[in-house]
Write a protein that binds this ligand. Sequence first.
Ligand code: PMP
Length: 436
Amino acid sequence: AENDYKQSNPNSQKWHERAIRVLPGGNTRSILHTDPFPIYMDRGEGNRLIDVDGHEYLDLVGEMTAGVCGHSNPIIRDAIISTVTKTGLNLGATTAAELGFAEQVRSRFPSMEQIRFCNSGTEANIYALSIARQATGLSKVIVFNGAYHGGVLTFVHGASVNTIDRNDWVVGSYNDHEGVQRLISENRGKAAAVLVEGMQGAGGCIPGSAKFMHAIQKATKENGILFILDEVITSRLAPGGLQSTILDPHDGTPLKPDITTLGKWIAGGMTIGAFGGRQELLSIYDPRPASESAMQGKPAQMSHSGTFNNNTLAMHVGLVVLSSVYTPAVCTELNALGDWFRQELLDRCQGTRMTVTGVGAVCNIHFGAHEDQREILRIEHLDERHSKADSSLRDFFWFQAVQKGFWIARRGMVTLTMGTTRLELREFIEFVEDFA
Ligand code: PMP
């Protein structure tokens, strides 16, 4: 498979050989590293990609979930063009577009009573942690094995491989609802926050159980620790984000994190991050005198700056994405399609060494010795899951998929883009059936 790949992609190989001289490994995003060399894409149209050797692909990477609107959505294109031609880039001043965008975010995610924008999901999580530390006066943060919260906040490989605050992380087991209560109460008076994804994305699209997520919410409240929900990926899975669908097993109420972080798709492909939550917490960034803000003399204010925080492209495009492109109706329809697609894949994987996990239109195919489809979900410890994974089978699948015109993430992640049809997905389902 690797030989076929080399033969059919001479131009990609050529670019790669030049790239390794100036970019370590030949690229500038670790996740795109691919042996023997990555495919260089030339352009995208809708849900299609065309590479530098002229092959066309169905785009099932969808820019790691950020590309939910596709490559050439006409409403987004118009917003970009009108920003460039009528507004101008980055006015060094407050604009109505950031207000409009913030109002849209709040109407979709009501737990985000107040919002601030930044430039990436990584930044959003760092600012959310700053709020938690300032509000509590504590520094430790509870995260989970398999978590990914940004390039400098990653816990995917078991041991912490993040590069900031090395000594402050307490790493728990994801989906261990009993262990997490213990962990949180043990860290009372030490931990400022629990930072968690409602479905681990880079960790393999593993949904958090309602029991686990609500155990976190309850225990954090009881122990004076803040609950930060990273919805950088999962906010696209339901009109109100994944938090609106994870219901308390006892009383049916949805999750209500203290702070939520967003990024990726919400600005339709422009660089973006956002964080928001309870008004009294966000007022840490309110520079007005305490009497006018919601803070009433609690923790000291901090500044939140950033040259591009309200950049005109992201603000205008974000506003139209939430109001007119990835609307609640479109979101619901795409994720229903995703649920159908995942079930079809699961059926084809029955009795094979493959299985599929995920929520809505974001899923991950796993490769390894799983006699039972559900085993992967029962394994609560990521290390165990990793030791069972079969990376050569995974790579073989990837080469075959690419050869057949399906662009998927090397690690098996598959995400759907607006406008993708059942017919297109059936072709991928048939490919999986043949492979299995
Ligand atoms: N949180 C999660 C759950 C993510 O998946 C990502 C990106 N993959 C981030 C945060 C970081 O976002 P960004 O890449 O925009 O910094």
